[in-house]
Design a protein around this ligand. Structure first.
Ligand code: NAP
Length: 531
C-alpha cells in the first residue's frame, strides 16, 4: 500500500495549484488522483457545444506566477472550454505536474484511521493509498444532477448531461432534440445547437435573467494592456466582492430618473458582462432597486423575441435578478425567433414521463432522437458526499451533514482531521470568479500545512463550536440578502430532492472572507483542535 504525505483529489484548477504548492514549495510527497483521463476538472467534463466562461479571460486563471501569466495570451474576451483546457495544459507543463497525477481513478471511499492518524483512500480501480493530509479539490459543481423522471431508462435515443458531455462527436444534424434546463449551461447550449438540429424543444421550469456576453476577439492593444497591468489586475481582483475587476458603486438606482437610469443600463447591456448587476450599488441588495434592473431586462427580452407567447414564458419571472446565478448569453433570446425552436413552459405543462420515443407532458407527446439534460448539479456538498468520507469515531459525512453542511470557513470539517476542502460549502466559492477563490484557498491550506509541519503537529480539525458559529454567520448574511428570495435555487439546495434547504456558500464577499481567514492564520488557528 503506497503512502503519501498529501493526496489531492482532483486535477482541475485547484488540484493542479495545490499539487504544485505541496510538492514544490513544502516538499511533501504528494499525489493527485483524478477521475478523468486528463487534467482540467470542470473544463475537462463540460465539453458541451457553446461552453464558455463568464469571467473575462484575463482574470480567469492563475495570478501566482507573473511568468505564467505573461507567457500565455488570451485571445477572446470570454474563453471557450477548449481554450481554458489548453491553458491548463500549458500551466501543467510549465510546472511539470503530470508525473504526479494518477488518472482514471475515482475515489470510492476515504476512511480516517485514528490509530495511525492517516487517511485510507480507495479508488474504483481497487487501488488503496495512505496519506497524512487529504485535500479535496473536487470542484463545487461536479456532481451532475439528472432528475429522476419516470421512464428515462425506456428512452431508446441517447441522452447526455452537459457536465458529462461525451468525448465522441455527437451528431445532431437533422435530429429532433429536447433540452431540459435553462441555467448558465442551457443558455449556452441552445443557440449553438439550434444552428444544426432539425428541431429543438426547450423545456423551461424557471425563466432566467440573461445579459448579452458580447464576446469579442481581443485586439493587440487589449492584450498588451492587460499584460502590462498584471500587478494591478492581481491586486484588484482580490479587493472586489466577486473576484472580478468590477466593484459596486455607491450610486443608487433612485439617484436617477428613468431616462438617466435606462441610459446607464443600456450602456452596460451593450457592453455585455456580469458587471451589469453593478450598474448601481443597490441592485443586489434592495428589492425595489432590483425591480428596476429586472424590468429593464424584461423589456429587452420582450423586444428581442417576436412570438408574444414565447416572450411571455421567457419573462414570467418568479425571483429577483441575481437571487439566482446571473448568466451571460450569445443570441439566446434571438434563438427563439428561429423556426426550428419550441419552448415548453413546465409550470403550466409539466413533464409526466419520459417514453420510449420522447417526452410526455401534461398536454403533449413529443418524439425525440436525443435528450440534453442541462439540469445542473448537486452543488458544493454533492462532490464531497460522493467520496464516502468516514472521519473520527466512524463519523460518516453523510450523517454529520444530514441536516446541513457543517464546516469552518468552508475549509475544514469537525471530526475529519487533516482533511481540507478547496471551495467547500461555507466558502464564497460559486459566488466568485472561481480561480481567485481557489488561489486564496490553496495558499491558506499550504500555510496551514507548513505551520503544522514546522511545529511538529500531527493533526488539525475545527471545533464543533467554530463550525456552528460559522453556519450561523452564513445564515445571518444570507437571510439579509436577496438570495433567499429565489423560489428554487441550487445555492440553497432546492434543486435536489431531500437535500437540506440551507444557504450553502458564504455570501459575505471575498475580501471580508479573506480577512477572516488571514486572522485565523495569524492567531495560529485558535478555532481548531491541534495535536
Ligand atoms: P443550473 O443553473 O442549476 O440550471 C439547471 C436548469 O435545469 C435550471 O433551468 C433548472 O430549473 C432546470 N432543472 C433542474 N431540475 C429540473 C427538473 N427536474 N425539471 C425541469 N427542469 C429542471 O445548472 P447549470 O446551467 O449547469 O449551471 C450551474 C452553474 O455552473 C452555474 O450557475 C454557474 O455557476 C456554472 N456554469 C458557469 C458557466 C459559465 O461560466 N459560462 C456555464 C455553465 C455553468 P430551475 O431554475 O427551476 O431550478
Amino acid at each position: 500500500m503506497l503512502q503519501f504525505e498529501t493526496i489531492i483529489i482532483g486535477a482541475g484548477i485547484s488540484g493542479l495549484y495545490q499539487l504544485h504548492k505541496c510538492r514544490d514549495e513544502l516538499n511533501l510527497k504528494t499525489l493527485a488522483i483524478e477521475e478523468g483521463s486528463d487534467i482540467g476538472g470542470t473544463w475537462y467534463w463540460n465539453r458541451y457545444p457553446g461552453a464558455r466562461c463568464d469571467s473575462e479571460s484575463h482574470t480567469y486563471g492563475y495570478t501566482f506566477s507573473e511568468k505564467i501569466y505573461k507567457n500565455w495570451t488570451w485571445k477572446e474576451k470570454y474563453p471557450k472550454q477548449n481554450t481554458i483546457l489548453k491553458y491548463l495544459k500549458f500551466v501543467e507543463k510549465k510546472l511539470n505536474l503530470r508525473k504526479d497525477i494518477l488518472f482514471n481513478n475515482k475515489i470510492i471511499s476515504a476512511k480516517y484511521l485514528e490509530n495511525k492518524k492517516l487517511w485510507q483512500i480507495k479508488t474504483n480501480k481497487n487501488k488503496i493509498f495512505l496519506t497524512k493530509y487529504l485535500i479535496c479539490a473536487v470542484g463545487s459543481l461536479s456532481a451532475t444532477n439528472i432528475p429522476n423522471i419516470k421512464g428515462l431508462k425506456t428512452f431508446k435515443g441517447e441522452y447526455y448531461h452537459t457536465g458529462r458531455w461525451p468525448k465522441k462527436k455527437i451528431n445532431l444534424k437533422n435530429q429532433i432534440v429536447a433540452q431540459i434546463g435553462t441555467g448558465s449551461s442551457g443558455i449556452q447550449v441552445a443557440p449553438e445547437i439550434a444552428k444544426t438540429v432539425k428541431k429543438l424543444v426547450i423545456f423551461q421550469r424557471t425563466p432566467n435573467y440573461s445579459i448579452p456576453a458580447r464576446n469579442k476577439k481581443l485586439t493587440k492593444e487589449m492584450i498588451n494592456d492587460y499584460l502590462k497591468n498584471y500587478e494591478k489586475i492581481k491586486k484588484l481582483i482580490k479587493k472586489t466582492p466577486g473576484g472580478h475587476t468590477f466593484s459596486f458603486p455607491d450610486r443608487s438606482v433612485f439617484d436617477f430618473n428613468k431616462i438617466e437610469r435606462d441610459k446607464i443600463f443600456e450602456k452596460a447591456w451593450l457592453k455585455g458582462s456580469l458587471a451589469f448587476r453593478a450598474c448601481f450599488g443597490d441592485i443586489t441588495k434592495n428589492l425595489k432597486a432590483n425591480e428596476k434592473a429586472s424590468n429593464f431586462i424584461k423589456e429587452k427580452i420582450l423586444k428581442i423575441v417576436k412570438d408574444k407567447k414565447i416572450a411571455k414564458i421567457l419573462t414570467n419571472f418568479d425571483h429577483p435578478f441575481t437571487s439566482k446565478r446571473p448568466t451571460l448569453n450569445t443570441n439566446y433570446y434571438e434563438t427563439f425567433n428561429r423556426k426550428n425552436i419550441e419552448l415548453v413552459d413546465l409550470k403550466s405543462n409539466p413533464i409526466i414521463k419520459i417514453t420510449k420515443n420522447g417526452i410526455k407532458t401534461k398536454n403533449n407527446d413529443f418524439d425525440f432522437d436525443k435528450i440534453i439534460f442541462a439540469t445542473g448539479y448537486d452543488a458544493l456538498t454533492g462532490p464531497l458526499l460522493s467520496l464516502n468520507l468516514v472521519g473520527k469515531k466512524k463519523t460518516k459525512l453523510q450523517n454529520f451533514w444530514n441536516k446541513s453542511p457543517k464546516t469552518y470557513l468552508g475549509l475544514m470539517i469537525p471530526n475529519f482531521p487533516n482533511l481540507f476542502i478547496i471551495q467547500g460549502p461555507g466558502s464564497p466559492s460559486v459566488l466568485t470568479n472561481v480561480p481567485v477563490q481557489i488561489e486564496q484557498h490553496v495558499e491558506w491550506i499550504t500555510n496551514c500545512l507548513n505551520f503544522l509541519n514546522k511545529n511538529n503537529k500531527k493533526t488539525i480539525e475545527p471545533t464543533i463550536n467554530s463550525a456552528k458559529k460559522w453556519s450561523d454567520e452564513i445564515k445571518r448574511l444570507a437571510d439579509a440578502s436577496l438570495f433567499m428570495k429565489a423560489k428554487i435555487s441550487w445555492y440553497k439546495g432546492d434543486n435536489i430532492p431531500g437535500k437540506p434547504k440551507v444557504f450553502i456558500p458564504y455570501p459575505g464577499g471575498l475580501p471580508r472572507y479573506r480577512n477572516i481567514c488571514n486572522k485565523v492564520e495569524k492567531n495560529q488557528y485558535k478555532e481548531f483542535l491541534i495535536k
